[in-house]
Design a protein around this ligand. Structure first.
Ligand SMILES: Nc1nc2c(ncn2[C@@H]2O[C@H](COP(=O)(O)OP(=O)(O)OP(=O)(O)O)[C@@H](O)[C@H]2O)c(=O)[nH]1
Ligand SMILES: [Mg+2]
Length: 476
């Protein structure tokens, strides 16, 4: 097996070197900060897929005294043929010299065979003060690529391009925070063309990363399907003793169960969020998202999430939303007063059957209080009978997945999840709609899905994710 290539990411302090390393190595633990001098020691980050290292990035401190280094090098070199030797001599002689700690740190990986990724900020004008460091790097005689990473809004990449082209074999624009997966791969491909020995390993790396991306999408669909199954079939249950029965009014009981039911649903949704983030190697995301919430006795969600994520009547009609679904919600709700009888229902469904059917409103699950038996009485709340609940949870989940799957590991800003203004699920094909609705129907009846149904369910969700991806792409 060919050795995996190593790239040292070098440049001026505070230009986004660590950000480039974080993105290319899919590691969000790397320190990135506004202050120059954040990285003090070189540090190696391998990119591993299935336990195999595809390539390694070395994060380094920025140049501190490039002109002084250059003076030394020129004084110790006779001709271009000894440039690399001069560089090696410099590092050997200055190990432990406090003035050149950073230079020794950043030059060492190059002397050990790393390729060069030189990072500049394209949002500030080019200035010749970079020439000393670029010359030093040229003396290393390693395959070299310069990336123009723009930290601010202004764009001086043209002048940078011309200057960098004098020193580096390839010059690319690459925004560490916003670069797409395709741009990431294209950077690797460019490197493969610089060094014949790296061409094969980097082609393989590209293949592995592409496979990993597909695999992750499939895994994400499975995670979402599992969470939806749990949430759609979830039932809160409480057993009361005879004395508790006399102490607790049905209204209080209904309240308690409903609150617990909601708490559990929120918790399950949060677990899904974290699972998806970990799948994409995001370990420390700060997220802002409207909670799953309800606003009134009859309403499962806030107006906003309903508008954003509930599907239309037309969608439901084509999803095979049928008679079976109506009967569950069509049961007449009894009033609180008569709720001591067997199978009595309180709250939740009052007036909800009609609205449930039309999908304008999200009905709460029913409370069910059993008869007193052996001094015990069991009350249950759920599962939810309104499949819009599933569509809201699905919509939110796919939206979150999309942000995560497109987020670079250099991203440090808050992940702000705003509800969409249009339900992209309306672009989903009919058979996928059927498979999703069918799974919802089985869950709310608490019937287990067989293996084939589970597979169809998660494939349909994966299709929904692809539809969302397209919709996003066409929107911007
Ligand atoms: N908007 C934006 N900000 C960026 C980008 N790259 C880096 N930054 C910001 O620039 C600052 C410096 O980024 P780092 O990656 O820490 O830079 P560095 O070159 O490693 O810095 P030192 O280790 O201190 O030499 C941080 O505040 C980053 O958030 C980018 O592509 N876009
Ligand atoms: Mg750094």
């Amino acid at each position: 097996m060919m050795p995996a290539p190593t790239f040292a990411v070098v440049g001026h302090p505070n230009k986004g070197k660590s950000s480039v390393v974080a993105t290319l190595s899919q590691n969000d633990a790397i320190a990135i900060a506004l202050e120059p001098g954040t990285t003090r020691k070189r540090h190696t980050y391998p990119l591993k897929v299935d336990g195999r290292t595809l390539y390694t990035l070395v994060d380094t401190p920025g140049f501190q005294r490039p002109r002084r280094v250059m003076q030394w090098l020129e004084a110790h070199s006779v001709s271009a043929s000894d440039h690399t030797d001069a560089l090696r001599a410099f590092v050997t002689q200055h190990q432990g010299d406090g003035r050149f700690t950073d230079e020794c740190e950043l030059l060492t990986p190059l002397l050990e065979g790393a390729g060069i990724i030189y990072v500049v900020d394209g949002s500030v004008p080019y200035s010749p003060e970079h020439e000393a460091e670029m010359t030093i790097l040229r003396w290393a005689g390693r395959p070299s690529l310069a990336v123009i990473n723009s930290i601010g809004v202004d764009d001086y990449s043209d002048t940078w391009q011309a200057a960098l082209g004098q020193f580096f074999q390839v010059v690319r624009k690459f925004d560490a925070v916003r670069a797409s997966f395709a741009q990431h791969l294209s950077l690797l491909r460019a490197f493969g063309q610089l060094e014949p020995a790296w061409e094969v390993p980097l082609e393989q790396a590209i293949q592995h990363l592409s496979d990993q991306r597909l695999h992750r999408r499939r895994q994400a669909a499975l995670l979402i399907a599992r969470a939806l199954g749990d949430m759609m079939s979830y039932r809160e249950k409480r057993t009361l003793t005879a004395s508790q029965t006399t102490e607790t009014s049905d209204g209080t009981l209904a309240d308690q169960l409903r609150k617990r039911w909601y708490r559990n649903q929120r918790k399950r949704e949060q677990t899904l969020r974290v699972d998806i983030e970990h799948l994409y190697q995001h370990q420390r995301i700060e997220r802002q998202e409207a909670e799953l919430e309800w606003h009134s006795e009859h309403d499962l969600f806030s107006e906003d999430s309903r508008k954003a994520w509930a599907v239309s009547k037309r969608y439901l009609a084509t999803a095979g939303f049928g008679a079976g679904a109506v009967s569950g919600a069509g049961i007449d709700a009894l009033t609180l007063g008569s709720s001591l009888g067997t199978g009595a229902l309180v709250g939740g469904l009052i007036g909800a059957a009609g609205s449930y059917f039309y999908g304008d409103r999200l009905a709460l699950p029913a409370l069910n209080i059993g008869a007193l038996r052996d001094g015990l009485k069991t009350a249950t709340f759920g599962p939810v009978q309104d499949s819009q609940f599933g569509y809201v949870v699905l919509g939110r989940a796919v939206d979150h997945w999309w942000h995560i799957s497109h987020r670079n590991h250099a991203g440090r800003d808050l992940l702000d999840l705003e509800p969409a203004d249009h339900h992209w699920l309306e672009n989903l094909g009919k058979s996928d709609r059927h498979d999703i609705q069918k799974a919802f129907d089985k869950c709310r009846k608490q019937q287990p899905l067989d293996e084939r149904q589970r597979e169809k369910f998660s494939l349909a969700i994966e299709q929904a994710m692809a539809v969302y991806d397209d919709w996003r792409l066409n929107r911007t």
